[in-house]
Each structure stands twice: as structure tokens, then as C-alpha cells.
Design a protein around this ligand. Structure first.
Ligand code: DHB
Ligand code: FE
Length: 283
């Protein structure tokens, strides 16, 4: 059976792509953000996942407001990126892991999640940036299964529903008949609001409590309604749902212990409080 080794949550912001492209990692503005990554790359170099399942939210590249799935699972042989402007230039396509895509899709439908299956799917900065931050050199060495969660257009799925979906994905990975190792990524957040009267809203106390909860009490955030999460973290801060799905994927069956590999938190990059957290699964 496949081996699920751990998870990594990270913020995504298009400007990070521009900074990578321009080589600004040591610039005083960017350094506190980029300095979070070497320990995680060292861990990835040791555990060497073959495949990553990445929970992310599309921002209007593949799904626009006219057609907005709550949960969409990629089942494509490759995922093309596209130019979003002010970010990272277009990257080569990422290779899909078709067999795991269908394993996840079949499991989710069996468990009564009404998902959308995407045999073609463009991926935006929420997918490209984590992969580039974790594997900066050359071609991306892992295959991917992208799972998109709507945080763009209301109504959004409840935190408890997202947790349940993430848990089912973890069960699908654990039951995958493969000798490959799998890591799970959550891409989004943490607190930020890009528009409206509260533009620039950041909530450090909540962010740090949320990150801590993923280590000690992973269901903690499911107590909050979507409106409460927006109130606390901002209209785009709800992207933290990706981290919740990611963490839930590590608790199939009776639940599993986790060990913190590394974390980082820095305010701000652009309008966002950036978080980074890697957890290793310990049986
Ligand atoms: C920013 C943050 C995001 O999550 C995003 O998708 C786009 C922009 C920002 O802070 O600039
Ligand atoms: Fe975003």
C-alpha cells in the first residue's frame, strides 16, 4: 500500500513568484519569508515523496464565477500553468498521478462527496508556487493530484465538511495499491483580505492558534462557521481551509500522531500573513 509521510501547509501569493523569478530571496523584505523553506527542503530531500496531493483554491484561472465547483479533483496526465501576470512566468506542465486521482475520485464519490472530476485543469499560483518553493531546482520531481476547494464565491463549504473531505482523501491514499510515498500540501492563507473596507486585515493571534491546533487538536477550527472564519481571518483568509483538509488527510481511521518538522510565520508579504508548517506522520 502507498505510504503517507506527512503534510506541508504554505501561503501562496503571486508576488512570491515574481521574487523567485528576480532572485530576491536575500532581499530584506523577502528574506524572513524565504528563510522558512530550507529546513523543509532538507526534510523533503530525506523522505523523498514520489507524489503530492495538493489542496488549493483556484482564483479564476480554471474556474470562473459562472461555473464554480465546491470540490474539484484533477484527473489529468499533466497540468498546465498559465500567465496570471505579476507572478511567476509560465512553468513547464506538472505531471499528474492518474492512478491516485481515480483512487481518490472513486473513494470520495463512494463516501457521498459530490465532486467535479477534471480531466483537463489549468493550475494557478496556488499550485505552482508551493511546488517551486519546495523543489526550486529544475523540473518538479514529484507527480501531483490537485484538489480544488472553492473559497472564491459564496456559498463556501463549511470547515467541518472540508475536514471530512480531507479525511476521506487520506483514507483513499492509505488504501492506494501502490508502493509510492505520498505527501499532502495545503496551499492558502493565512489571514488576509484583499478588498473592501477591511482590506489589509490580519489576525496574528488567530493564525498562530490555528497553526498550533494542527499539531495538537486538528479539528479545532471546525467549530467555526464560514462567516466566523471570514470575520476572524478576512475574506481571503478562509483559504486556511486548505490546511484543514491537508491535516485531516493525516488522520484516517483511528487517527495518527504527527511530529512538527518546521514552521515559520511572517507578516506581511504583500497583503498576507504568511505561514509555513510541515508535519511528519508518526505511526
Ligand atoms: C495575495 C494573496 C493571495 O492569497 C492571492 O491569491 C493573491 C494575492 C496578496 O496578498 O497579494
Ligand atoms: Fe489566494
Amino acid at each position: 500500500m502507498a505510504k503517507l509521510i506527512g503534510c506541508i501547509g504554505t501561503s501562496h501569493i503571486p508576488a512570491i513568484g515574481g521574487a523567485i523569478h528576480k532572485g530576491l530571496q536575500q532581499n530584506p523584505y523577502w528574506k524572513p519569508f524565504f528563510d522558512g523553506f530550507p529546513p523543509i527542503r532538507a526534510w523533503l530531500g530525506k523522505v523523498k515523496p514520489d507524489v503530492v496531493v495538493i489542496f488549493y483554491n483556484d482564483h479564476g484561472l480554471n474556474f470562473f464565477l459562472d461555473k464554480m465547483p465546491t470540490f474539484a479533483v484533477g484527473a489529468a496526465p499533466q497540468y498546465n500553468t498559465a500567465d496570471e501576470g505579476w507572478g511567476i512566468p509560465v512553468l513547464p506542465p506538472f505531471k499528474g498521478e492518474l492512478d491516485l486521482s481515480w483512487q481518490i475520485i472513486n473513494t470520495l464519490v463512494e463516501k457521498e462527496f459530490d465532486i467535479v472530476t477534471c480531466q483537463e485543469m489549468l493550475v494557478d499560483h496556488a499550485c505552482t508556487l508551493p511546488l517551486k518553493l519546495f523543489w526550486p531546482e529544475g523540473e518538479c520531481p514529484v507527480t501531483v493530484v490537485p484538489i480544488c476547494i472553492n473559497t472564491v464565491q459564496f456559498p463556501l463549504p463549511k470547515a467541518s465538511r472540508v475536514y471530512a473531505m480531507g479525511k476521506a482523501v487520506g483514507e483513499a491514499i492509505a488504501a492506494w495499491d501502490s508502493d509510492k510515498t505520498v505527501a499532502v500540501i495545503g496551499s492558502g492563507g493565512l489571514s488576509h483580505q484583499l478588498d473592501g473596507e477591511r482590506a489589509g486585515h490580519i489576525n496574528k493571534v488567530f493564525d498562530l492558534q490555528f497553526m498550533e491546533s494542527l499539531l495538537t487538536n486538528p479539528e479545532w477550527a471546525t467549530q467555526f462557521s464560514i462567516h466566523e472564519l471570514v470575520e476572524k481571518t478576512g475574506t481571503q483568509g478562509v483559504e486556511l481551509l486548505m490546511w484543514l483538509a491537508m491535516r485531516a488527510a493525516l488522520t484516517p481511521g483511528q487517527g495518527a500522531g504527527v511530529r512538527k518538522v518546521h514552521s515559520n510565520y511572517h507578516i506581511p508579504i504583500s497583503n498576507t500573513a504568511t505561514g509555513l508548517l510541515a508535519l511528519e506522520k508518526v505511526d
